[in-house]
Design a protein around this ligand. Structure first.
Ligand SMILES: Nc1nc2c(ncn2[C@@H]2O[C@H](COP(=O)(O)OP(=O)(O)O)[C@@H](O)[C@H]2O)c(=O)[nH]1
Ligand SMILES: [Mg+2]
Length: 224
């Protein structure tokens, strides 16, 4: 419980045995439930997560969005916090994020990785790609969002019923923000966090996922 709000943390994992250990070890005491969605990993992700107290659910079909939808259906708390299993998002900043969420009185808070303060955490190519994708989303939806690709969010579980979440892939990250931005009943906020270099192997394919996410933005804006 954090200030009388129950908290579920959801972490999608595809072969993150190294990262998930560090993430779970740093998990604050006030978190009521940690759900690790193991996306058919071939390493020891599930075992490590379960041994450190997480509730592990397995999603056989690959996909970042797919994993999240599976995790959301299992969550029971009032507030949901998400982050990657690679230890790149600040687990120790959870109380800071929750404090901002309550203070700003929003329903969905996006944790922006920008400005990047640790130059090792993101390559120039990734920075550029993220900038293009965030600028495209901001232009298409008339609202400045500094990090359309961030994987760390805090939101009320109750807003999920207002959202139509269709993407099973990496575009899920922008889709959930678009759904939050476009609903008149959801207040959207954004705050900057410290991002650091991931542990383990990268799962994102920058060119493929970058172009797919850009195409997804355009499709979602004009054809749905
Ligand atoms: N790319 C990808 N990531 C997945 C999948 N399933 C779960 N994940 C997890 O989603 C998170 C984001 O992936 P990551 O490679 O860190 O992408 P990045 O943070 O955008 O560079 C990590 O914790 C992955 O382990 C999947 O099918 N594809
Ligand atoms: Mg990551």
């Amino acid at each position: 419980m954090y200030k009388d709000r129950s908290i579920t943390v959801i972490i999608p994992c595809l072969n993150e045995e190294q990262g998930i250990e560090q993430v779970l070890r740093a998990m604050p005491e006030f978190v009521d439930e940690v759900i690790v969605v193991d996306n058919n990993s071939t390493d020891r992700t599930s075992e490590v997560a379960a041994s450190l107290g997480a509730k592990v659910i397995r999603e056989e079909v690959r996909g970042y969005g797919r994993s999240y939808k599976r995790g959301f259906a299992q969550a029971t708390s009032e507030l949901i916090v998400t982050l990657d299993g690679d230890h790149s998002y600040p687990v120790d900043a959870l109380s800071y994020l929750l404090e901002a969420f309550l203070h700003l009185d929003v329903d969905f808070l996006n944790a922006s990785r920008f400005p990047v303060r640790d130059s090792r955490s993101m390559s120039l190519k990734h920075k550029f790609g993220n900038l293009v994708l965030s600028a495209a989303m901001s232009l298409l939806y008339f609202r400045w969002v500094s990090d359309s690709q961030s994987g760390m969010w805090v939101f009320r579980r109750s807003i999920l019923k207002e959202m139509r979440l269709e993407s099973d892939s990496m575009a899920f990250s922008e889709e959930i923000k678009i759904e939050a931005l476009c609903s008149p009943r959801i207040r959207f906020g954004e705050i900057s966090i410290l991002y650091s270099s991931r542990l383990g192997e990268k799962k994102l394919n920058p060119w493929r996922d970058g172009f797919r996410n850009l195409a997804f933005l355009v499709r979602k804006r004009f054809f749905r």
